[in-house]
Design a protein around this ligand. Structure first.
Ligand code: WT7
Length: 658
């Protein structure tokens, strides 16, 4: 987004800004309700972060809260020692061993319940099994699995033996799996035969096997049998059946490995500006403290709650707020395999009703779908168990916010609109639900201890009421530590050293546009880099473009995000064909197929527009902003710097003609 576009976006957002106070009944019982917490973090920074670390059990205390001697390679809870799986499981056994840790609901309606005791047992068996296969401390274990209980089991088993996991979203393609395994030199894969979507079995193992063919190193693969007789699968050489493996280690106990606070807990690949996904590294002490603290303070999770985050564990939201944060607090975390409209559009409300869910954390894209389906679906169920609602992943428009507040929360539940990223590990900007008023469309102030601002191109604060770039001025425990084996890219992509008067420090750039209100609330406007957000899923336009130019007959491609009523943004591809090739339906199908193959169905272009030229500046840079305007059917921005102004109307006519 350009400065000018940020301003337009901002105007639209401010049109109907209102404030809502947190419901009194909620405040009375909130985990955090004393406003003094903001000053406390400010005055006592960074030591105040011990509050987060103290929610965990440490084998050895840290001797320094923050080491900032090698900016931006910050270290948190220096020399502290702990194990994440022990914190999520073992420490709950005495008091809460018989309480439910994971309440799993399959798409066909079958359920599996794991008490802490049972989860602990299976994690131990799985840890013993992985070790037996050769997994050693610091070996990266890749997981390519849908929402089945074996996924968190395998993650926690890895954490137990100090092997970082790298979970690849099951909807990603075989190519995407191979790229990530190669990048992480991962020699182990845990996957499954398939899963159900809308009642039908879906083959997954073929995709995994296809990916494995492109993995450079030898890989040992564990395969969970999810589909039983619904899908026959043969195990190839080097592949082992999960159940048999775990059964072989029945009753095994594995002592949790002592990890340093700064030891890697996991890697998570995410999209950036360039074509290569970035391997974001998160640590054991800082990350776990941070997600546990935010689960406590923002989601208001108590051990006796039944909490549900409807994200997929294949994304950071699921890591932080289905697995690590909730389990560290000893609560019951609901995990649902399927889609929200199968068998009917009230599936989510049925689950809230059946399980007496206390907190629901979901995405604006889902809320927009619920809104479209209509109130009659939530009205079929008793949703009075709900105490708090949350959203994450993309900006929420005030209309969707209000619908959620009224029809799901019955105006009795605070909504936390949580802004954060894969890189931040956990929530950064949101209201504390027991303290702050809510303003639909604005995420809220930075959390206590988080220092954020909105700046212009040269790093100067823009002041209240203006749009600019969101920055984070101080480190925080949940921050990424580096990009896997690429410190240089880590610095180049995220950090800048600004010499603003009185502020000569490293500043973190999340690549989002934002606006700061008079009251310190931050309204997030969207990405300012070449990343688009489709239904809360982050996609790199370069990755999509490189898939498209790989198709025979394609000379050049430019991909942008266009506004989409349900998905937030959708993929628009503008394509120039090579001489002798016709831009017709066949080529369009090939292009769509190539994108699905390289990334997955989530990146499928909404529109493929063939054109003779792309709008370029005199220096040859593609003006994506104009392509976005065309996709959105907006009035065009400035075309005076174009080398070829005529091309714009040509493309416009094509889009409108389609
Ligand atoms: C990008 C990060 C946070 C976990 C899921 C996505 C956008 C996220 C919000 C929000 C406005 C938001 C930002 C951010 N985003 N939450 N509450 N309001 N925008 O993680 O895949 O790393 O994507 O999602 O643009 O940079 P991710």
């Amino acid at each position: 987004m350009s400065d000018e576009e940020l301003d337009v976006e901002l105007e639209a957002r401010l049109e109907e800004q209102e404030e809502f106070e947190p419901p009194e009944a909620f405040v009375e019982q909130a985990n955090v309700s004393d406003p003094a917490i903001y000053e406390e973090f400010e005055e006592n920074w960074p030591e105040a972060w011990e509050r987060a670390a103290n929610l965990l059990d440490w084998e050895e205390e840290w001797d320094q809260v923050l080491d900032d001697s090698e900016e931006p390679f910050y270290e948190w809870f220096v020399n502290g020692k702990l194990n994440a799986s022990a914190n999520c499981l073992d420490r709950h056994l005495d008091d809460r061993g018989d309480e439910v840790a994971i309440e799993w609901i399959g798409e066909l309606g079958e359920t599996r319940t794991y008490t802490y005791e049972e989860l602990h047992r299976e994690v131990n068996e799985c840890a013993a099994a992985l070790r037996d296969l050769g997994v050693e401390e610091d070996d990266v274990v890749t997981m390519y699995m849908p929402m089945i209980p074996e996924l968190p089991v395998a993650m926690l088993a890895c954490a137990r033996i100090g092997a970082p996991h790298s979970v690849v979203f099951a909807g990603f393609s075989a190519d995407a799996l191979a790229t990530r395994m190669n990048s992480a030199d991962s020699e182990y894969l845990v996957t499954c035969d398939g899963y159900y979507r809308r009642g039908d079995p879906l083959d997954h193992i073929s995709k995994a096997n296809e990916g494995l063919e492109d993995v450079e190193q030898d890989a040992t693969t564990v395969v969970v049998d999810r589909l039983g007789d619904d899908l026959d699968h043969d195990l190839a050489e080097g592949q082992v059946d999960y159940d048999a493996l775990v059964a072989d280690h029945e009753g095994a106990e594995v002592e949790p490995v002592t990890r340093d606070a700064e030891d890697m807990l996991f890697l998570m690949y995410t999209s950036g500006t360039t074509g290569k996904p970035k391997g974001v590294k998160h640590t054991t002490g800082g990350y776990l403290s941070y997600v546990t603290w935010t689960s406590h303070a923002v989601l208001d999770i108590k051990a006796e709650d039944t909490y549900w985050c409807s994200a997929d564990i294949g994304w950071i939201t699921g890591h932080s707020y289905i697995v690590y944060g909730p389990l560290a607090l000893g609560t019951t975390s609901v995990m649902y395999e399927g889609t929200p409209d199968y068998p009917d559009k009230d599936r989510l409300w049925q689950i809230v009703d059946d399980y007496d869910v206390d907190q629901l954390y979901t995405a604006p894209t889902a809320i927009r779908a619920f809104m479209k389906w209509g109130e009659e679906y939530p009205e079929r169920h008793d949703l009075s168990s709900l105490r708090l609602l949350g959203t994450v992943g993309e900006p929420i428009n005030p209309r969707a916010w209000k619908w959620y507040y009224k029809h799901i929360g019955n105006e009795e539940c605070p909504i936390v609109d949580t802004w954060w990223q894969t890189e931040t590990g956990g929530m950064m900007v949101t209201t504390l639900p027991g303290i702050k008023n809510m303003k639909p469309g604005s995420a809220g102030p930075p959390l206590p201890g988080i220092s954020a601002d909105v700046v212009d191109n040269s790093g100067d604060p823009v002041g209240a009421g203006r749009a600019g770039y969101l920055v984070v001025n101080k480190p925080w425990p949940g921050m990424l530590r580096t990009l896997y084996k690429n410190d240089e890219r880590f610095i180049n992509e995220y950090w800048d050293e600004y010499s603003i008067p009185e502020r000569d420090e490293w500043v973190y750039f999340p690549e989002d546009g934002a606006k700061l209100d008079e009251d310190g609330y931050i309204t997030v406007l969207g990405r300012v880099d070449d990343v688009i957000n489709v239904s809360g899923h982050r996609l790199g336009t370069m990755e999509i473009e490189s898939a498209i130019v790989g198709v025979e007959g394609v000379a050049e491609a430019a991909v942008v995000g266009g506004e989409h009523e349900m998905k937030g943004e959708a993929v628009y591809a503008y394509v120039i064909t090579e001489d002798g090739y016709e831009g017709g339906a066949d080529l369009r199908d090939e292009i769509v197929g190539a994108v699905e193959e390289a990334i997955g169905p989530i990146a499928r272009p909404e529109a493929v527009v063939f054109t003779h030229e792309l709008p370029k500046t005199r220096s040859g840079k593609i003006m994506r902003r104009l392509l976005e305007d065309i996709a959105n059917e907006d009035e065009l921005g400035d075309t005076s710097t174009l080398r070829n102004p005529d091309v714009v109307s040509e493309i416009q006519q094509k889009v409108q003609g389609d």
